[in-house]
Write a protein that binds this ligand. Structure first.
Ligand SMILES: Nc1ncnc2c1ncn2[C@@H]1O[C@H](COP(=O)(O)OP(=O)(O)OP(=O)(O)O)[C@@H](O)[C@H]1O
Length: 214
């Protein structure tokens, strides 16, 4: 269960979000500039709200009243952006194991072979990042996030850099994450069809707030 009630201000922009969700996939739709990415960064611990409380599965991420703040690396959340942001100087295997190496064995929920099979990236494992297609790179980025054993996956338009055919190929992998390893996901997109495919609970944002559509 993710529960938050927070305000975050940056210049003229203000984010005010109160939500509770325990859906497997929570989808967030909203116009450009409505604050979707900012919300994910606040949940990930990359931006600190001025006020409120964020709790995930009974772990307090932030509480302005008790002055609690859990830094990003202690939240165990995975973040995937639209362009994957893989390290170009490392090959696929090294990218996949990047965060995993820093986990204690007891913290590791998955093994490399399991994630490689889940995402069907076996044939790519020794490739350089520059030798990957957009869809392959995105699966590797997802694999790297999963190997970090996140308890929550934050996805910021993970398919928006891909063409329609590739989107159709990759969406089922998100369904596999939902069904086979059951990591809750917050999935930001401009495409309602992606959320329908994933049977997400859908939230709408506008101007820094959640809104109810008529
Ligand atoms: N690094 C930054 N510094 C200052 N303002 C920013 C920064 N990043 C975003 N903003 C502003 O914060 C507001 C929310 O931006 P955000 O990126 O969260 O929107 P979004 O809903 O994710 O948009 P999009 O759908 O275009 O990705 C916008 O007004 C944006 O211009």
């Amino acid at each position: 269960m993710l529960s938050c009630d927070l305000s975050y201000r940056r210049g003229q922009f203000e984010l005010n979000i109160a939500l509770q969700t325990q859906a497997q996939v929570t989808g967030i739709l909203g116009t450009s500039g409505s604050g979707k990415s900012t919300l994910l960064k606040v949940l990930a611990g990359l931006l600190k709200p001025q006020q409120g409380r964020i709790e995930f599965n009974e772990q307090v991420f932030f509480d302005s009243q008790t002055r609690q703040y859990t830094p990003s690396y202690q939240r165990h959340v995975g973040l995937v952006f639209q362009d994957g942001q893989l390290f170009p100087h490392l090959n696929v295997r090294q990218n996949l194991l990047y965060g995993y190496r820093y986990l204690k064995p007891a913290q590791r929920r998955f093994e490399l072979a399991q994630i490689v099979a889940l995402l069907d990236i076996d044939a790519l494992i020794e490739r350089r990042i520059t030798q990957l297609s957009g869809g392959e790179a995105q699966r590797v980025a997802l694999g790297r996030a999963l190997l970090y054993s996140p308890r929550l996956l934050l996805l910021d338009e993970p398919l928006s850099a891909l063409d329609t055919r590739l989107k159709q190929q990759i969406l089922p992998f998100f369904a596999r994450i939902r069904d086979e390893i059951q990591i809750p996901m917050i999935y930001v997109t401009h495409q309602p069809q992606e959320l329908e495919y994933l049977q997400a609970d859908i939230l709408h944002m506008a101007q820094g707030k959640l809104i109810h559509l008529p």
